[in-house]
Ligand binder design. Structure first.
Ligand SMILES: *Cc1c(COP(=O)(O)O)cnc(C)c1O
Length: 333
């Protein structure tokens, strides 16, 4: 089995990024532990600087660049958590970050990236148009592209979470991880299976647009239709010419589980009312798998909470008891 990322690279990432990212707490979920009859731990990575774990991989990637590369700066096409994280990581490293977005991206997202010190290039009307600008900056200005999930340094950075989770719960029977492009899961799986091979790795994704889940079933990366979902940070494909994360997830992960929009909303309400935590939809999918009974843990289990960057008006609607149908709302708009 040939894996792109070695455990030693994850340990190296930990030393490299240690001064720049938080070691987030892992708390007991008291009421859920009682309900399920096993200890449930919450790895509270949504408390990470910039509001998501993406800071780990982005920081490792930026700090791994040589001096000349750093001087030319970094570039990416993400409007979400990766874009934020990369802007912040670049500022820490004292280098330029350009985030390329399409005209359709809401103004508040552009403002958030600028507030973190990132430059925003607005081009075209699609993610593909934004990527054309990324490619131009790489070609013409020698900037380094930092991809959101399919890169060795990014995967190694996310893998530091696996080390921390097992340091705090060495005998965990299972770890539940939100799964999209799989950079997060690939890194964590590499760390966890090295430290304790008996720990089960469970990837959780929303039913609407589960690209990795379907690619695993097809045994090759496939594209899926992107649909509006509460778990917007899990949207998008895994890349038809995926180099690293697909193979690592295929070879290391024990199981993948899908959850519905209503289950995600319910898990967000549980996190808020029982645990006092604000989660974005993507971060709530491990809790959704546990609360819905789609995953029945046989022993101590860790749920990784990955981010908290959600439109607060949407969060309030869900807390008021609504189960929003974002697909229907998008069709009406
Ligand atoms: C990016 C992201 C994920 C998924 O990470 P992948 O490496 O793409 O699988 C999960 N949760 C949040 C909040 C994210 O931003």
């Amino acid at each position: 089995m040939l894996l792109s990322v070695a455990f030693t690279q994850i340990l190296a990432a930990r030393r490299r990024i240690g001064a720049h990212v938080l070691r987030t707490p892992q708390r007991d979920a008291v009421s859920l532990s009682e309900k399920l009859g096993v200890p449930v731990r919450l790895k509270c990575e949504h408390h990470q600087t910039t509001g998501s774990f993406k800071l780990r991989g982005a920081t490792n990637a930026v700090l791994s660049l040589c001096e000349g590369e750093r001087a030319a700066g970094v570039v990416a096409a993400s409007t979400g958590n990766h874009g934020r994280a990369l802007a912040h990581a670049a500022r820490i490293a004292g280098c330029r970050a350009v985030i390329c977005v399409s005209k359709l991206v809401p103004a508040n997202k552009v403002a958030a990236i600028k507030a973190l010190g990132g430059e925003v290039h607005i081009v075209g009307t699609s993610q593909d148009d934004a990527q054309v600008e990324v490619d131009r900056l790489v070609r013409e200005e020698g900037m380094s592209m930092v991809p959101p999930f399919d890169a060795v340094n990014v995967i190694a950075g996310q893998g530091t979470l696996g080390v921390e989770m097992l340091e705090d719960a060495p005998d965990a029977s299972a770890v539940l991880v939100p799964l999209s492009g799989g950079g997060l899961m690939a890194g964590i799986a590499r760390a966890v299976k090295t430290i304790n091979p008996a720990t089960q790795l469970v990837g959780v994704t929303m039913e609407k647009g589960a690209a990795m889940h379907q690619s695993l079933a097809a045994k090759v990366p496939v594209s899926v239709t992107e649909l509006p979902t509460l778990a917007d940070s899990l949207g998008g494909g895994i890349g038809l010419s995926n180099q690293h994360s697909f193979a690592m997830v295929r070879d290391l992960v024990d199981q993948t589980i899908l959850v519905s929009e209503a289950e995600i909303a319910n898990a967000m309400r549980y996190a808020y009312f029982e645990e006092g935590e604000v989660l974005e939809g993507a971060a709530a999918v491990p809790l959704a798998a546990l609360i819905s009974g789609r995953f029945a843990p046989k022993g101590e289990v860790i749920a990784l909470l990955t981010g908290k960057n959600i439109d607060m008006a949407l969060h309030q609607r869900i807390m008021a008891g609504e189960d929003p149908d974002l697909e229907a709302e998008a069709a009406d708009a």
